[in-house]
Design a protein. Structure first.
Length: 133
């Protein structure tokens, strides 16, 4: 885009040089004004395109930031839930009945964590009780 702008500017300058040969002072002033308008038009067009692209990039960055913030919040919440579950399992010890109850009650939290990590929730059903940690 910058190369195209530079080409356009050079074209206008060349046209003005070619047209100014053998012209009177009035025509020369007109050509200068015309050249200034053309250059200003090109610069304004560049400014508008640049502003539009910067706004699009800003919107994309905001979207990514919101997505990352949401993911961090989900991970933090799941980490806290899983830490509490881990502490509970530690306290339960070898009591299989309480361990099974805790596993059933926390199964959805563990499935959410596995989904967030890109793992399959099938690990919960195939491994049996979660207290075999």
């Amino acid at each position: 885009m910058i190369e195209q702008m530079l080409g356009n500017l050079n074209t206008y300058i060349d046209e003005c040089d070619n047209n100014s040969v053998g012209t009177s002072g009035g025509n020369e002033q007109y050509l200068k004004e015309e050249m200034c308008r053309s250059v200003l038009s090109i610069v304004n067009e560049f400014d508008n395109i640049t502003t539009k692209e910067l706004n699009e990039m800003k919107d994309e960055v905001i979207s990514i930031k919101e997505s990352v913030t949401s993911s961090i919040h989900k991970c933090t919440t799941l980490h806290n839930d899983l830490s509490q579950f881990h502490e509970l399992v530690q306290k339960i010890g070898d009591n299989k009945e309480l361990c099974l109850i805790a596993s059933i009650k926390c199964k959805h939290i563990i499935q959410q964590a596995l989904t967030l990590l890109g793992k399959s929730g099938k690990a919960l059903t195939s491994s049996g009780s979660l207290c075999t940690m």
